[in-house]
Structure formats: structure tokens, C-alpha cells
Design a protein around this ligand. Structure first.
Ligand SMILES: Cc1cc2nc3c(=O)[nH]c(=O)nc-3n(C[C@H](O)[C@H](O)[C@H](O)COP(=O)(O)OP(=O)(O)OC[C@H]3O[C@@H](n4cnc5c(N)ncnc54)[C@H](O)[C@@H]3O)c2cc1C
Length: 479
């Protein structure tokens, strides 16, 4: 009887799991395994670990219902996987292909260690609809601009979802109660702090979110996705990060929704599918240009005069605590600290404020997001930060500097979002809620929000900061 390991990583589901399907096709019996191998920086948000822990517990239960179980071992994977192969008689390991630097290193090390015992690592495409880095433009060069990429991405044939297996036959040795395995919830212990309960992980929760979104906000997505005051987006990002829902499943069901939708509904579904393409665009950028993980995509920004020293620290501290005096920025940062998630529009505004109004290096903001986001994703986070900072791919010109007041007025017209996250502004009249400093003193007193006492005065004047940023950019434009 042949046996293979299925190395679960960021595909923690049984439905639409191409890696598991490939292992089941290859061998008579499969040992599902997760290796606890913390990322080298250790900079993982406790919320992301909580999502991971929920997802592993549920995966174990689902596997048990199919005659199997999840084996959890301590890493590094290059040590754990060959041991597990020996213990179970497996001579093949199936895992998903990865575009992130750390998992790639893990894959390479695991392939060598497995080779040394006569076993083979098989890599399967399971994270994306189109393999990261697979598309190139007419002249064979990688895409670095989203619009032409998305056109090609949309045209390209995509695999249908993979059905969930009814059973996962597993070698008896691995099913024995005495077989070594850490409890799946151990992963929580990797985080420094307690265990936040939201957002929840697991394939059932992912399905619940998707069903709710598909039956409602998906059909209004084109209109409402930019509104942080409305529940206009799917909130699936923490689940896409750990893979509790498959992208092939999402695409197939989104297309089915499209068929029965009105013209507006169709446009919304198309916009949603394009957002999935952004995720794949940034994965491709990281695959093709791994240096972006640490460096500006545009090297001319290497000479950009980012703020330094105590002043930069002071600005960064105010931004991170949600105390810049700009309500939409502060609400976003407090949502990040409170929920481990931030609305996309507000991510752009907050990132623009840090890098352009405060001239703080995007890498500091990127790392802070990764430490706090439940959906922290190396490629999308890096892409989002570099796009906003103007240092990255695509055509976002540096001089596109978000105005936090007009962004607030436009996308949070009644101030409901900022009032939810910045309670100091709860009684500020609508006309002033995105610029509380504009309230006359008597209105401040009546609203219980004296600027400088109850809520910070703006850390910087936006008009002044905009000119300062454009002057700094002149250094990049030179020669
Ligand atoms: C500075 C900055 C940092 C970001 N960091 C991350 C991150 O660490 N992890 C992350 O998943 N996304 C990141 N994004 C992208 C985006 O903000 C989130 O994917 C989105 O807000 C998640 O909410 P949702 O699931 O409700 O999205 P929906 O609007 O429901 O979109 C569905 C899915 O499409 C993908 N998606 C949507 N917009 C984008 C985008 N602009 N770029 C890449 N993928 C997208 C996500 O996987 C998302 O879950 C970042 C954006 C910016 C500007």
C-alpha cells in the first residue's frame, strides 16, 4: 500500500483542495500534516494565529469525520517531514507551490531533505486561479501594471473547483492514538498575547461569510465596496490568507451569481472578480521580483529623504495609536488595533498619510500592518504599501496624495465610520466630523470634543504636508 503526506499550509480546507486531491490520486493512503514553523521574524499578528488555530482545529475534525486526522508536528519542515515519512512509510509529500520568500526556502530545504531519504516533494498550484508569475506581456516581459495584467488574467482559462473527498484513507500507524501529534490549538501559543476571538477562522466560518456576501453585498459591490461605513465587502481576506475557502470555488460561484444578476449586479460581480485579480497580481510581483519584500520596486526611491530619528518616531507613534488628529486615519488605525482588519479604502488613506503627509518610510507601516492584521499577507500588503507610497508597480503617480478630509467626506458621508471607531467624535456635527478643528469653540464645547484636549489637533497641516512631500519627491525626479 503506497502512502503520501499532504502538507497543509495555506490551504486549510477539504473542499477545492488541489494538493489533497493530487495526493489522493497518487497514493493509496494519505497522512495530512501541518508543520509548526514560525515565520523567521516572528512578526505574526495574534489574530492571524487565532484564525490559524481555529482553522487547524476544524480541519482536524473534518478529517476525522472522513476517517483521517491532522498530524501536527514542530518544524523545521525539512526535519519533520522526513521523520514522518519514515514513521508512516510515505515516499512522497504533496504541498502547494508558494510565491513568498520564506515558504520557498522551506520548500527548497524540504525537497533536499526528502531526497536524501528517497522521497519526493510534489508542488501543486493551489493558492491562485492563475499561477503566480505565469502571465507575461506580448514581448515576454512580466506585467508590472495591473490593467493589462487583469485583461490577460480574465481571458485565461481557469480550473474548476476540486470536489471535496468523501473519505481520506490514512495509514493505521498515523491513526493510532499514541501517534505523536501536537494539539492543533498549540499554534496559539506561538503568539505573544492572549487569544482574540474575532475574526474566527475555519472553513465553516469562511462559507458563512461567503454565503452572506453572495446573497447581498456582492450585487452592490461596485457601488459600496469603497464605503467603510457599510458592510460592503466580503471580509474573506483572513480566510483567503489561510485558505479556508478556495479561490476556484469563489470564482465558480461568483460566475453563477453573475448569470442571474441584473446589469448592475453583473457589473458588481465583475468588479469583485477583478479584486481577486489584484491579489494574484501582487503574488506575481513577489514571485517575479522577490526583492520587493525589502526594497522599493522603483530603485529611484532609494534616495527618497524619509523622515528619520526622533521626529520620525514621534510621527509614527501618533499614527500607530490612531492619534493623528485626522478622523478617517485615526478610525482606520483604531479599527486595525480593535479588529485586526481595516477597510481597503481606509488602508490606502492611512498608508498615504504615513508615507506622504508624515514622510515615514513605507516599510515601517508595512511591518506594523503585518503585526496587527488578521489577513496579513506578504504580497498584498507589500503591494498595497508600495502602490500607495508611489514606490511600487502600477501607475499610481507619486503626486497622488490622498486628502484625508475629502476622502472622509466622500466615503464616510455621515461620519458613521469615524464615530464608531473614534468615540471622542460621537457628538460632533456632521459638517465637522472629518475636520473637527473647524468647529468653533462653543460647538466644540457642546459636542464634548475640545480639540487638543479630548481629541488631538492635527499632527500636521495637510496642505503644508502635501507641498513638503512634493518637494521631497523632487529628489527622486532629479536625473
Ligand atoms: C496598504 C495596504 C495594505 C494591504 N494589506 C493587505 C494584506 O496584508 N492582506 C490582504 O489580504 N490584503 C491587503 N490589502 C488589500 C485589501 O485592503 C484587502 O484585501 C481587503 O481590504 C480585504 O477585505 P475583504 O476581504 O472584505 O475584501 P473584498 O473587497 O471582499 O475583496 C475580496 C478579496 O479580494 C482580494 N483583494 C481585494 N482588494 C485587494 C487589493 N487591493 N490587493 C490585493 N488583494 C485584494 C482580497 O483577497 C480580498 O479578500 C492591503 C491594501 C492596502 C492599500
Amino acid at each position: 500500500m503506497s502512502a503520501a503526506l499532504c502538507w497543509f499550509r495555506r490551504n486549510l480546507r477539504l473542499d477545492d483542495n488541489a494538493t489533497l486531491a493530487a495526493a489522493l490520486r497518487f497514493a493509496d493512503a494519505v497522512v495530512p500534516v501541518f508543520v509548526l514553523d514560525p515565520e523567521p521574524t516572528g512578526d505574526v499578528s495574534p489574530r492571524r494565529l487565532a484564525v490559524l488555530s481555529d482553522s487547524l482545529c476544524e480541519l482536524d475534525a473534518s478529517l476525522r469525520a472522513r476517517g483521517s486526522r491532522l498530524v501536527v508536528r514542530n518544524g523545521p519542515a525539512a526535519a519533520a517531514l522526513p521523520v514522518l515519512c519514515r514513521e508512516t512509510g510515505a515516499d512522497a509529500v504533496f504541498a502547494h507551490r508558494d510565491h513568498e520568500p520564506h515558504p520557498k526556502t522551506q520548500n527548497a530545504a524540504a525537497a533536499v531533505a526528502l531526497g536524501a531519504i528517497g522521497a519526493k516533494l510534489h508542488l501543486v498550484e493551489d493558492l491562485h486561479l492563475v499561477p503566480a508569475g505565469a502571465l507575461s506581456s506580448g514581448d515576454g516581459r512580466p506585467y508590472t501594471v495591473f490593467t493589462p495584467f487583469s485583461r490577460r488574467w480574465l481571458e485565461r482559462d481557469k480550473e474548476p473547483p476540486v470536489p471535496e473527498p468523501a473519505r481520506v484513507p490514512t495509514p493505521d500507524a498515523a491513526l493510532a492514538p499514541s501517534f505523536a501529534s501536537l494539539p492543533p490549538e498549540t499554534v496559539r501559543g506561538v503568539g505573544e498575547t492572549g487569544a482574540p476571538r474575532e475574526p474566527r477562522g475555519g472553513a465553516r466560518e469562511a462559507q458563512r461569510l461567503w454565503d452572506a456576501f453572495r446573497g447581498g453585498a456582492l450585487l452592490r459591490y461596485a457601488r459600496e465596496r469603497d464605503r467603510p461605513d457599510l458592510p460592503g465587502t466580503s471580509r474573506l481576506s483572513p480566510h483567503l490568507r489561510v485558505g479556508t475557502i478556495g479561490v476556484r470555488r469563489l470564482l465558480a460561484e461568483a460566475r453563477a451569481t453573475w448569470k442571474d444578476a441584473s446589469a448592475n449586479g453583473k457589473a458588481s460581480v465583475e468588479t469583485f472578480i477583478k479584486e481577486l485579480a489584484w491579489r494574484e497580481f501582487y503574488a506575481g510581483i513577489l514571485e517575479t521580483f522577490p526583492r520587493v519584500a525589502a526594497q522599493n520596486f522603483r530603485p529611484e526611491f532609494d534616495r527618497f529623504p524619509w523622515a528619520a530619528g526622533g521626529e520620525a518616531e514621534r510621527r509614527f507613534a501618533a499614527w500607530s495609536a490612531g492619534r493623528t488628529g485626522y478622523p478617517i486615519v485615526d478610525a482606520g488605525m483604531r479599527q486595525l488595533l480593535g479588529e485586526g482588519w481595516m477597510h481597503n479604502r481606509v488602508r490606502m488613506v492611512a498608508a498615504s498619510f504615513l508615507t506622504k503627509d508624515l514622510l515615514v518610510d513605507w516599510r515601517k507601516g508595512e511591518a506594523f500592518f503585518l503585526r496587527h492584521l488578521a489577513d496579513g499577507d506578504v504580497a498584498s500588503n507589500n503591494g498595497g504599501w508600495q502602490w500607495t507610497a508611489g514606490t511600487g508597480t502600477d501607475a499610481a503617480p507619486y503626486f497622488r496624495i490622498f486628502n484625508p478630509v475629502s476622502q472622509g467626506r466622500r466615503f464616510d458621508p455621515d461620519g458613521a465610520y469615524v464615530r464608531r471607531w473614534v468615540p471622542e467624535l460621537a457628538r460632533v456635527p456632521d459638517a465637522h466630523v472629518h475636520e473637527p478643528w473647524s468647529m468653533p469653540p462653543d460647538v466644540q464645547a457642546t459636542a464634548g470634543c475640545v480639540v487638543g484636549r479630548d481629541y488631538p489637533a492635527p499632527i500636521v497641516d495637510h496642505a503644508f504636508a502635501r507641498d513638503r512631500a512634493l518637494a521631497a519627491y523632487a529628489v527622486v525626479k532629479r536625473d
